[in-house]
Design a protein around this ligand. Sequence first.
Ligand SMILES: Nc1ncnc2c1ncn2[C@@H]1O[C@H](COP(=O)(O)OP(=O)(O)OP(=O)(O)O)[C@@H](O)[C@H]1O
Length: 307
Amino acid sequence: MTDLTLTGVSRWYGNVVAVNDVTMSIRPGVTGLLGPNGAGKSTLIAMMAGFLAPSAGDIRLGEAPVWRNVGAYRDLGLVPEREVSFSYLTGRAFVQATAELHRLADPRAATARALAEVDLVDAADRPISTFSKGMRQRAKLASALVHEPTVLLLDEPFNGVDPRQRMHLMELLTRMGEQGRTVLFSSHILEEVEQIARQIEVVVSGRHAASGDFGAIRRLMTDRPSHYVVRSSDDRGLASMLMGLGGVRSVALGRVGTGEAITVEVTDMGEFTLALPRLARSAGITVRELAPSDESLESVFTYLVQS
Ligand SMILES: Nc1ncnc2c1ncn2[C@@H]1O[C@H](COP(=O)(O)OP(=O)(O)OP(=O)(O)O)[C@@H](O)[C@H]1O
């Protein structure tokens, strides 16, 4: 019942394909949705929460579709990235308004329980405008939890939150996962995801690029050969030298995109990206471009090692 299943989900805005044919399952426990800015994380989360219709494909909570299904909304809680618009409200009034919107039997009691759950009881009667960023995130979390959803979706919950509050928020999410909830949060920072997510789903350029625990994703990235496109002041000279370089499996010269370039298949990208500039410099060749040649796991790996 608490599994969220996405099948062939795409979403486009005019000509922009924000999410491209994503199929994945989110299970109980904490899952991290990792990807660089603009990867499509917010769009995916809005669709999973039933706030945005997929342009194609299907999202289900258990057996039930989430789009236009009031029953599914009762099981879903969303912590959006944007700030609370009504920050003149107290934390309590804000959370209670959500409880009333859900038509809960006892909105006051539900509000008190949600505020206690996120540790916001002492500050609950202050306006949200006086809260720190971390406290505002917790107020949004209380509002998302007030109807006790089984699935909790959080869009960049750690953005701008100071380290102490971040730890606090991480503990809260871990606890929610341990309670058997399905918790999914997005982030563009690997170490955040690594710290609390049992499962990591990587999205890059709208595509589902990798899935697994942190170790599995690392292995996936490093075990397979990667392809690079290299452009330089002397492609022919550089290509012949690259053939003798450790970790290089094949070298080809030819047309790539709008011009000539070297395409290199490497088995050890770490060694290759260190050795290439040295080799070029020793021969007086200028490297103009070094880029992964496709949009899939290579670029994810480049992204992962950069962050
Ligand atoms: N309402 C919209 N209209 C047009 N394009 C949009 C809209 N919302 C998102 N996009 C585009 O869709 C792509 C994915 O955006 P999205 O916000 O889902 O990514 P993201 O991974 O959440 O990024 P960020 O971390 O920067 O918020 C981007 O290219 C973005 O510019």
